[in-house]
Design a protein around this ligand. Structure first.
Ligand SMILES: CC(C)(COP(=O)(O)OP(=O)(O)OC[C@H]1O[C@@H](n2cnc3c(N)ncnc32)[C@H](O)[C@@H]1OP(=O)(O)O)[C@@H](O)C(=O)NCCC(=O)NCCS
Length: 178
């Protein structure tokens, strides 16, 4: 499917972004997470991308700032969460396009590491591997293969290690998955 565009979110997109996650996930946790992050000032529009088809938002991906904590050392990283594509448009490459465009933008902005909690059958195709292999752990119970990390530059995961700290909005809505 090629008749869609991917662009940064606009202030007027908030309601449609809420709706697309509600529809994709069939629950409102991810939608409320995005709103809570926005209210807390944790959304950079350049890293909040929408897929638009015929003027309608059919997909959304967000990357927000997190930290990997090891003792007194904090390493800046991004969480990919959430990612949702409207059910009528799934499995047409839109999720992949949002991920690839988003990762390109993350690199352009100088970010080094992306963490995702997601399906181990989907994210490895974009280069994600189990975060545990790099000594990075989740602050909540999570299967090892679902908690993944991606270095945006060669060596970005070398010598990092630690536990991820998410923005408080993730606790409020209980959503960590992409
Ligand atoms: C997951 C999601 C974002 C993928 O976007 P998409 O545009 O449908 O996916 P793409 O067209 O890029 O890729 C299709 C592939 O994703 C797989 N896929 C779709 N949904 C999936 C899911 N929930 N878990 C694992 N794999 C999934 C398809 O089986 C297909 O695999 P294949 O290429 O090996 O055949 C989208 O299906 C979605 O919004 N699902 C509901 C929300 C959700 O479950 N999000 C959690 C993501 S782990």
């Amino acid at each position: 499917m090629d008749s869609y565009i991917i662009r940064p979110e606009l202030p007027t997109d908030a309601a449609a972004i809420f709706e697309v996650h509600l529809q994709a996930f069939a629950q409102d946790g991810e939608s409320r997470l995005v709103n809570a992050l926005r209210e807390d000032g944790n959304i950079n529009p350049d890293l909040s991308l929408v897929a638009v088809h015929d003027g309608r938002i059919i997909g959304h991906i967000l990357f927000c700032r997190i930290a990997i904590i090891s003792g007194t050392v904090e390493t800046a990283a991004l969480a990919l969460a959430p990612l949702g594509v409207h059910q009528d448009y799934q499995c047409r490459g839109i999720g992949a396009a949002l991920i690839e465009t988003g990762l390109e933008e993350c690199r352009r902005l100088g970010h080094r590491i992306v963490i995702v909690v997601g399906h181990p059958g989907y994210y490895p195709r974009f280069g994600f591997t189990a975060a545990k292999e790099s000594g990075i752990s989740a602050p909540f119970p999570c299967p090892d293969d679902a908690f993944m990390a991606l270095p945006l530059r060669p060596g970005a995961l070398d010598g990092i290690g630690g536990t991820v700290r998410y923005p408080v909005a993730f606790d409020t809505v209980g959503a960590h998955t992409s």
